[in-house]
Write a protein that binds this ligand. Structure first.
Ligand SMILES: [Mn+2]
Length: 492
């Protein structure tokens, strides 16, 4: 059946275009060939003769035919128009879908951010700017990156833009935008602009980008004229409720912390809803469900996402574990086509989970006997030397090992104050339940006492990693205990 539309991208051969367009180019002699823009994509329009010229906005009516393997409009009627073309263009960028996949008060609080950022990304795509996606290299980050990639890829294909040359995705080993990654993205951007004459790309960061440790990367990115959008759920690490220092360097940001919300809407959840608005035809409900479970989001949204995914909690958990394991092995490789299989191939997921379980058992067996626990001021405090008791460069990573140790320590007493720390020569990994202190407070205290240790790091409220000059490890361990002793705890 013949369709009629005012959007080039929606039309097949034999369909009818009826709408406004701007003339970008005019070729003669012979029949006139216009290059027309409908505000989002372009198409050739042919007519035997016309007085309209480049820059004119016209109302065109004509049939779509094939010419040299491409679609073109055979113009039947062409009339002048006074409509403001910028307004048409702006209208095309408005997301066609602004509702969420599940009901959520948290999402509702960020609704304006979602539609605004979706509009920005649509504009980037329609303007023919390449998109460089960067995501944290864990299950949540990968689910976020894949959601954005799949939605943008389909949108580009629909608009007649080749995603092979306009869309790039790669993982970031750090939970922030490392300057090495930023420089690699700048180098890619230079290749696109200088060698292939493309427009400057826009970088979209998922599951990273909010904390001040990103500042240096953002400054270099900005000096090369590359815009950046952040979709993240990490705490800004500044004054509560205040905008992070990074904001002035960004085109835009979605982060629940900017609305006084916590980080429990994970990056994969945020990116999924954003991706659905960028491309109203995109659905892949397994992605946000895996992300929510992998990042332990203990909120009603997680249950709704599980129900929507068509899989069980255990199945989704197993996929997340498999993704984390594959991500650890692939390191800087984007794993295109590999991750996609994990959402579908249960047998493969099971094989990987068995391998992971065996490694986990080995690590726990070699660490748990050497965990030392004590009560400090009502906090159940445990510590372990991960440098001595874990094998480096083998899965699971020290961070995951410590998470599992913490889980086994607090099992059955999750609501009571506890803190588990694992230390390496230059790093302390922290997991805590209701400790009554934040990791930032802890770092501030250490910094006051030994500024030359150059303590830095961060993370979520109850999980994080701090790094420092190795010489000060034992003093820092003492300071942590000293600090916990001073914490004023509210009466139970
Ligand atoms: Mn995350």
């Amino acid at each position: 059946m013949m369709a009629k539309s005012d959007s080039f991208a929606d039309l097949q051969i034999g369909d009818q275009f009826d709408g406004l367009a701007k003339i970008l180019r005019k070729a003669k002699p012979g029949p006139v060939v216009f290059l027309l823009s409908d505000g989002a994509s372009t198409m050739d329009g042919v007519v035997h003769d016309s007085n309209f010229d480049v820059g004119d906005v016209v109302h065109v009516n004509g049939r779509i035919s094939a010419h040299g393997g491409r679609r073109q409009v055979e113009i039947q009627i062409i009339t002048g128009s006074n409509v403001d073309f910028d307004a048409i263009q702006d209208h095309r960028c408005e997301p066609q879908r602004v509702d969420f996949s599940i009901p959520s008060d948290r999402y509702d609080a960020m609704a304006a951010d979602f539609s605004r950022v979706a509009k920005t990304i649509r504009r980037v795509v329609f303007d023919g700017q390449p998109v460089i996606l960067r995501h944290h290299n864990d299950s949540d980050g990968i689910c976020a990156g894949l959601a954005m990639e799949q939605a943008i890829e389909a949108l580009m294909t629909h608009m007649g833009i080749n995603p092979d040359h306009y869309l790039y995705r790669s993982p970031s080993a750090t939970p922030f935008y490392d300057s090495g990654d930023a420089l690699r993205d700048i180098s890619l951007g230079k290749r696109l602009t200088d060698t292939y004459n493309q427009k400057a790309p826009v970088v979209v960061l998922c599951d990273l980008g909010t904390t001040p440790e990103n500042l240096f990367s953002f400054k270099i990115l900005k000096s090369f004229g590359i815009g950046c959008i952040v979709v993240d759920h990490h705490a800004p690490g500044g004054v509560e409720g205040a905008h992070p220092e990074v904001v002035p360097f960004l085109l835009d940001i979605i982060n629940p912390h900017l609305h006084g919300l916590d980080g429990q809407t994970s990056a994969g959840m945020l990116a999924y809803e954003l991706a659905r608005m960028v491309n109203e035809g995109f659905e892949n409900p397994v992605l946000p469900a895996v992300a929510a479970i992998s990042d332990r989001c203990d909120i009603p949204e997680t249950d709704l996402l599980i129900a929507q995914s068509g899989k069980t909690r255990d199945e989704l958990q197993a996929i997340g574990i498999a993704i984390d394991y594959i991500a650890f092995q692939l390191k800087y490789d984007a794993g295109s086509g590999v991750y996609e299989r994990l959402y579908e191939d249960e047998a493969l997921v099971q094989v990987i989970n068995e391998a992971v379980q065996a490694s986990v058992n080995t690590q726990l067996q070699s660490t748990l006997p050497y965990l030392r626990s004590q009560d400090i001021n009502g906090i159940f405090f445990s510590q372990i030397d991960l440098e001595k008791y874990t094998t480096r460069f083998r899965y699971p990573t020290p961070g995951k090992v410590l998470g599992m140790i913490h889980d086994s320590v607090v099992s059955g007493r999750e609501h009571l104050p506890s803190m588990t720390i694992g230390y390496l020569s230059d790093m302390i990994i922290i997991r805590a339940n209701n400790p009554g202190v934040t990791i930032q407070d802890l770092m501030d205290y250490i910094n006051q006492n030994i500024p030359e240790a150059n303590v830095e790091g961060g993370g979520h409220e109850e999980a994080g990693t701090i790094k420092f000059v190795p010489a000060h490890l034992s003093r820092i361990l003492e300071l942590i205990k000293e600090f916990l002793k001073q914490v004023h705890r509210p009466e139970e």
